[in-house]
Design a protein around this ligand. Structure first.
Ligand code: TMP
Length: 203
């Protein structure tokens, strides 16, 4: 056992391209000798995946969205994330609380203080060790989304929504200190992977 595992999250607006790097990143870590678990939010447990289905498809108020996101997160933390980290496994998570800040806070308009109250309740003692924020102009992200699968409830939002989500992400990155690395998603896949490869040696 080599102590607690690291908690690494990938964030960004829909279409920014984060998901295409996660498996590659996990393999990089495995080659370096780490035990790695890849997971996602909302989701990662049977219950949280069921909540994900609702969140992505059913009409609901912004408060219900935020509460369901944290309900799914609580289950995910209890059953998957904390046990893995405690046993020395590195957890790579596609989205975490920064998504709630960006989507329900920035996008929908819930007061930041309310989301931070939920954050303090659900994980007062845990933040990612590193967060990669894939940043992209919302109009380019919309183009990329158009060529992908059918839009879910969030992906179907107008560009102004994603402009607010992006702003909230950038504000969160600016106020969260050293854990964030903002990656320009207009860079080539090769250049982005070089950035990740060099950065992972730092933590
Ligand atoms: P994904 O398709 O990247 O897995 O993300 C699912 C969607 O859920 C994405 O549009 C962002 C949204 N989401 C929230 O609105 N709040 C949250 O807390 C999380 C984790 C995701």
């Amino acid at each position: 056992m080599t102590g607690r595992g690291r908690f690494v999250t990938f964030e960004g607006i829909d279409g920014a391209g984060k998901s295409s790097h996660i498996e590659w990143f996990a393999d990089l870590l495995r080659k370096q000798g780490h035990r790695v678990s890849v997971t996602r939010e909302p989701g990662g447990t049977e219950l949280a995946e069921a909540i994900r289905e609702w969140l992505l498809s059913r009409p609901m108020s912004m408060r219900t969205e935020a509460l369901l996101a944290f309900a799914a997160r609580q289950d995910h933390l209890e059953r998957v994330i904390r046990p893995a980290l405690d046993s020395g496994v590195w957890v790579i998570c596609d989205r975490f609380t920064d998504s709630t800040i960006a989507y329900q806070g920035g996008g929908r308009g819930i007061a930041l203080a309310d989301i931070e109250t939920l954050e303090r309740w659900v994980h007062p003692d845990l933040q990612p060790d590193r967060t990669y924020l894939f940043d992209l102009d919302p109009s380019i992200a919309a183009e990329r989304r158009r060529s992908a699968r059918a839009a879910d409830r969030f992906e179907a939002e107008q560009q102004a929504f994603f402009v607010r989500v992006r702003e909230a992400y950038l504000a969160r990155a600016a106020s969260s200190g050293a854990r964030f690395r903002t990656i320009d998603s207009e860079k080539s896949i090769e250049d982005i992977r070089k950035i990740l490869e060099v950065d992972v040696l730092n933590y």
